[in-house]
Each structure stands twice: as C-alpha cells, then as structure tokens.
Design a protein around this ligand. Structure first.
Ligand code: 5AD
Ligand code: SF4
Length: 439
C-alpha cells in the first residue's frame, strides 16, 4: 500500500468556507490525501480564502510567501489557493507567486482531484468557472469518517441581493438552492456519522427554496423535514436576510422544538438613508417590526447581527440611528466592521468617511454591543440549560459545548459525554463563554 499523502488546509472567513474545506478534504481523500494540522510535513498546502473585507488578497500573498522555503525544501509539494480570493484574482495569483500550482474558485472545487493530478505533471491549473454542473453532484466522496457532534451543511449558495458594499454576488455567484433530496441525503449521512446538530448554511439561507412532490418548499418546510430525523437533535441556520424571513420561518421558531432559539439577522445600519444607499431594500422600522414578530413567536430567542460603520455618506446622526437600533434590539451577540471599499462593488467609488471617524464609531458601537452581550450572558447565571458537549475544554477534565443560544459553555465532564446534551447549571459568565456544572 502507498503511504497516504498529507494535506494541510488553512481556512479563512465564513462558515461556508469551513464547510467547503471539509468537502475539499473529502474529495482529495480519494486521491490518497489525509488531513494534517501542520504545513511542516504536508504534501499539499491549500489556502481556502475569503475576500469579504480589505487586504484579503495581500494577506494571502504574504501567507504564500511563508511557504516558499517549504517548496524549496520539497519541490513536489503542491500549493493551491481556493475560495473567494482565488475567484477574484484567478491566474494573477500564479503570476505573482509562480510557486502556486493550482487556483480553484468556490464553484469549481469538485474538479480538485483532476487539477491536483495535472499539477503533479507540472501543469499549472486555474479554474474559476461557474460550471453548469452542480459541484455537489460531482464531488468524490472519501471514506465515511466519524464526525464531531455538530456539522455544517450548505443548502444554498450565492446571492442576488447586490448590497452596494458586498463582493459575494461576484465571488460566489447567483443564488442557487440545493434540492430537498440532496440535502436530506447529506443530513442522514451526517447523522449516521455521529452528528446530532446541523447548521444549515447559505449566504442567503432563508432564500432557500425547493420542491417536493410537486409542492414548493421554503426553508421552514426543509427544517420541519429535517426535524423528523430522530437522531438529529438540533437545527440551526445562518445567515439570513431580513427580506426573506417569511411567515412560516417565523412560525417555525415557535413550533419546531429542534430549531434552536438563535437567529443571525444582519441589519448593517439603523439609518434609513444608509440602508437605502446600501441597497438593503428595507427600513429600520421594518426590521424592528420583523424582530417584534420573531420575538412574539419565540420570546427568549437570542438575536445576532452584522453592522458596518462608516459606510459612504454616514453622518454622526446616521451612526446614532444604528446605536439606537441596537439599544432597541439588544443583540445577544453581534459582529461589527468598518466599511472597507471592495473594488468592483457600487459603493467603492463613493466619497469615504475618514478612517479616524470610522475607528471612533466602531469603538463606540462595539462597546455597546459588548455590554449587551455581557448582560445577556449574565442573565443565564443560575439557570439550568441544555448543553451539547462537543470537545475537550482548555483545562484538564473539562468539556465545552453549546447552549441553545449558542453560548460556549465549559464544565467538568467525562469525555465519554461528547455528543450528549447535558443539563448544566450556569455558574458564572466570562468574556466569551459561560462556566457551568452538570446537574
Ligand atoms: N466592508 C465591511 N464589512 C463588510 N461586510 C461585507 N462586505 C463588507 C465591506 N465591504 C460585512 C457585512 C456582512 C458580513 C459578512 O461582512 O456586515 O454581513
Ligand atoms: Fe452580500 Fe448583501 Fe448578499 Fe449578504 S445579502 S451576501 S451582504 S450582497
């Protein structure tokens, strides 16, 4: 038998990239690769890149520079670049870093095994197509390895919304939904491999739509169907657009027990003027009304969001409107960024807010969001919560898992409890986690 070759994958950016990295690892498994967690002894290094914010490409070029000595020491080491920087830069990557062997975009990575083989014969490979065929139908499947308790499952990809700041519609392409049958088959496969929590992924996951027995399905129906898999205990989905939160999906938060009380629903700004300039196609009031309806269906739901500060044209008053919206919603968790101009997007050529102003606003917003997060975490202290134990914790004898609200919770626990949902009393709150004890 030949020695397995070692594959080191470094993943940047969103959860869909995490999922894609797993699938690429699976696919290359068929070519004899096994994953390794260090580049030191790798036979192939694959960077799965993100292009969402500034300097992404520059970071990749400097990361690639780090691997030059590796390639010098081991000439048949293969180096690949995948993901959204690969899509955006294409052959330019090989022009600037000739030691790179292959460049593959997010819609073409089912072709990785062939590309790897051709690269092995010395032929540089670039594939940034948006092929007709569906990559998921053509992805070679590696051996059925056991999986951790929680897994991602991509159900939808791409985006047709064209927010004025965002590269996703260009790097990931148009909105495509996978079929009910594909998704159910993959979910069953994951559950057979030990998964008890599935996180449905899509750039616009709540725009997912499908068809079953002649009927049109939305994400809520898909969730109900998944909930019928007995051994599957928890369902989550991310990330959603406010305009695609339909009545059925809101209702599902109230009546599907396995659907976790956590919703990531980015609003980006609290100012109607900025929302319009961003091409978000809703107002702050419409968003708040939506939150009210979601909370009516599931009063204890934890909300999470994304914010951009310093979008072109944002005045102090616009920023104050974002702060006010946050005060009203009180997010359990939130992600906030300074606007960063992305070449090729509509907002890139507009007059920018000064860097110092952006930084000052971001600091103010993050202080507020951190306070709300802390208050939400502290409200958990003393409660008994179901926690899905996922992996060993930092300290001896500890395990960490997730509450239904997506808090990381650590506690003393037998490692054999991995994959079990235990009842834990929350003892205290730390910066980004909770400490608990099994009751
Ligand atoms: N600048 C800053 N933040 C951005 N995001 C997307 N594009 C940009 C950009 N050009 C943020 C949005 C989005 C999250 C994934 O990244 O808040 O929801
Ligand atoms: Fe980007 Fe807007 Fe699409 Fe989200 S909805 S991926 S922010 S264009």
């Amino acid at each position: 038998m030949t020695q397995p070759k070692k594959l080191f994958v470094k993943t940047y950016g969103c959860q869909m990239n995490v999922y894609d990295s797993e699938r690429m690892t699976d696919a290359l498994g068929v070519s004899g690769y096994v994953a390794t967690d260090t580049p030191d002894d790798a036979d192939m290094i694959l960077l799965n890149t993100c292009h969402i914010r500034e300097k992404a490409a520059e970071k990749i070029y400097s990361e690639l520079g780090r691997y030059k000595p590796f390639k010098a020491a081991k000439p048949d080491l293969k180096i690949g670049v995948a993901g959204c920087v690969a899509q955006a830069e294409g052959a330019e990557i090989i022009r600037r870093q000739p030691m790179v062997d292959l460049v593959v975009g997010p819609q073409a990575y089912h072709r990785l095994p062939e590309m790897e083989q051709a690269a092995g014969k010395g032929s540089k490979q670039v594939d940034t197509d948006f092929p007709e065929e569906d990559k998921f139908d053509h992805l070679p499947r590696g051996p059925k390895a056991r999986r951790g308790p929680s897994a991602f499952l991509t159900v939808q990809e791409g985006c047709d919304k064209f927010c004025a700041f965002c590269v996703v519609p260009y790097t990931r392409g148009a909105e495509v939904s996978r079929t009910v049958d594909q998704i159910m088959a993959e979910a069953r496969d994951l559950v057979e491999r030990g998964v008890v929590e599935i996180n449905l992924l899509g750039q616009n996951v709540n725009a997912w739509h499908g068809e079953k027995d002649g009927a049109e399905w939305g994400l809520a129906q898909l969730i109900r169907e998944l909930a019928s898999i007995d051994a599957l205990k928890r369902i989550r989905f991310t990330t959603s657009h406010p305009n695609d939160m339909d009545d059925d999906l809101i209702a599902a938060h109230g009546d599907v027990e396995k659907l976790m009380p956590y919703l990531h629903l980015p609003v980006q700004s609290g100012s109607d003027k900025i929302l319009k300039a961003m091409n978000r196609k809703h107002t702050a009031a419409q968003y708040l009304k939506l939150i009210e309806r979601i909370r009516a269906a599931r009063p204890d739901i934890a909300l999470s969001g994304d914010f951009i500060v310093g979008f072109p044209g944002e005045t102090e008053a616009d920023f104050e409107a974002t702060m006010a919206l946050c005060e009203q919603v009180r997010y359990g968790q939130a992600f906030s960024f300074k606007y960063s101009p992305r070449p090729g997007t509509p907002a890139a050529d507009r007059a920018h807010v000064e860097e110092a102003e952006k930084s000052a606003r971001l600091a103010r917003l993050q202080e507020l969001l951190a306070r709300h997060q802390r208050e939400f975490q502290e409200s958990m202290v003393g409660k008994v919560l179901p926690v899905l134990l996922e992996k060993p914790g930092r300290l001896e004898g500890q395990m960490v898992g997730k509450s239904e609200f997506l808090h990381a919770v650590h506690m003393q626990a037998d490692p054999a409890l991995k994959g079990q949902i235990v009842q834990a009393r929350i003892l205290y709150s730390e910066r980004n986690s909770l400490a608990g004890e099994i009751v």
